[in-house]
Design a protein around this ligand. Structure first.
Ligand SMILES: Nc1ncnc2c1ncn2[C@@H]1O[C@H](COP(=O)(O)OP(=O)(O)OP(=O)(O)O)[C@@H](O)[C@H]1O
Length: 275
C-alpha cells in the first residue's frame, strides 16, 4: 500500500478522530451580579470533562446543580465566567457544532412534520432535490415513517419529540445535546423513545450529552454517567457504563445484574450530592 504523504492535510482526519469532541477545562459559571442589586448565582464549577467521539454522556444531579448550564455552555448559548469550553477544537457557537433537543419540542405547529425536518435540512445546506428523500429517511429512523404530511398539532407529544430528534439529526452535526427531552412524556412513551434513541445513537455513533433527573435513564442510555454535586455543580462521580450497546433487548438489559449495580451506585451518588 502506498504510504500517505506526511503533510498536515494527510494527518488531520486521524488527529480529529482522536481529539475530544467536547473539552471542558476548569469551567465555572456565575449568572448575574453585574447590574445594581442583582445577586450573583454561581451555578457551576469548577468542572473539567473530556468527551471523546461516540460517547453518550448522561449528566445527572440534584435540581439546580447546573446540568442545563453545562449543556448551554457546550451549546454556546452561554460563555463560561472562567475556564474554557471547546467543541471540535473551537469555541462553541449556537447552531454551529451541535444539534439540540429541548424538553419541549419547539416545532412549527402549523407546518407539516416533513416541513419541520425539511427546513432543518435546508439550513444545513442540503439541496432541495434531496430533501424529500432525506426527510423520509430521518422520519423512518425515529419511528415516524408515513407521517411527513401530517401537521404537528395533529400528532402526539411523543411523536413531536421524535420529530425534534429527527430535526436535530437533520443538521448532520456529529454532536447532539439533549436537555431532559423525555421529561414531559408519559412513562410508556418515554420508555419507547429511550429504546429508539439508544438504537439510533448506536447506529449513528453520534456523540451525545443528555441531561436527565432519571437514574434509570442514565444507565439505560449512557456509555458514561457524570453525577454533579449540588450547586455549584462539580463532578461527584464519573462512571463508564459498560453495558452492551446492541444485540440485547431492553428488558434483558434492565434484568442484568450489572444494570442493577450501576443504578444503585449512581442513585447513591445522586442522593449524596443532594444532601
Ligand atoms: N439565566 C439565569 N439567571 C440566573 N440564574 C440562573 C439562570 N439559569 C439558571 N440559573 C440558576 O443557576 C442554577 C443552575 O441552574 P440549571 O438550570 O443549570 O440547573 P439544573 O441542574 O439544570 O436544574 P434542574 O435539574 O432543576 O433543571 C440554579 O440555581 C438556577 O436558578
Amino acid at each position: 500500500m502506498p504510504s500517505l504523504p506526511d503533510t498536515d492535510a494527510a494527518r488531520a482526519p486521524q488527529q480529529r478522530e482522536s481529539a475530544a469532541v467536547v473539552s471542558v477545562r476548569e469551567v465555572e459559571h456565575t449568572y448575574g451580579g453585574k447590574g445594581r442589586g442583582a445577586t450573583p448565582v454561581t451555578a457551576l464549577g469548577p468542572v473539567s470533562l473530556e468527551i471523546p467521539a461516540g460517547e453518550f454522556l448522561v449528566l445527572v444531579g440534584p435540581s439546580g446543580c447546573g446540568k442545563s448550564t453545562l449543556l448551554r455552555l457546550i451549546a454556546g448559548f452561554e460563555r463560561a465566567s472562567s475556564g474554557e469550553v471547546e467543541v471540535f477544537g473551537e469555541r462553541p457557537e449556537p447552531g454551529n457544532q451541535a444539534g439540540i433537543v429541548f424538553q419541549q419540542p419547539r416545532l412549527f405547529p402549523w407546518r407539516t412534520v416533513g416541513d419541520n425536518v425539511g427546513l432543518a435540512l435546508k439550513y444545513a445546506g442540503v439541496p432541495r432535490a434531496e430533501r424529500a428523500e432525506r426527510t423520509a429517511g430521518l422520519l423512518e429512523r425515529v419511528g415516524l415513517a408515513d407521517t411527513a404530511d401530517r401537521r404537528v398539532w395533529q400528532i402526539s407529544g411523543g411523536q413531536q419529540q421524535r420529530v425534534a430528534i429527527a430535526r436535530a439529526l437533520a443538521g448532520g452535526k456529529r454532536l447532539l445535546l439533549l436537555d431532559e427531552p423525555f421529561a414531559a412524556l408519559d412513562a410508556l412513551t418515554r420508555e419507547r423513545l429511550q429504546e429508539d434513541l439508544r438504537t439510533v445513537s448506536a447506529e449513528t455513533g453520534t456523540t451525545s450529552v443528555f441531561v436527565t433527573h432519571s437514574v434509570d435513564e442514565a444507565v439505560f442510555l449512557g456509555t458514561r454517567t457524570v453525577v454533579l454535586s449540588a450547586r455549584p455543580g462539580q463532578v461527584a462521580l464519573d462512571l463508564p457504563i459498560g453495558l452492551p450497546r446492541s444485540g440485547t433487548g431492553p428488558d434483558e438489559l434492565r434484568g442484568l445484574p450489572e444494570y442493577a449495580a450501576l443504578r444503585a451506585e449512581i442513585g447513591t451518588a445522586v442522593r449524596d450530592a443532594a444532601r
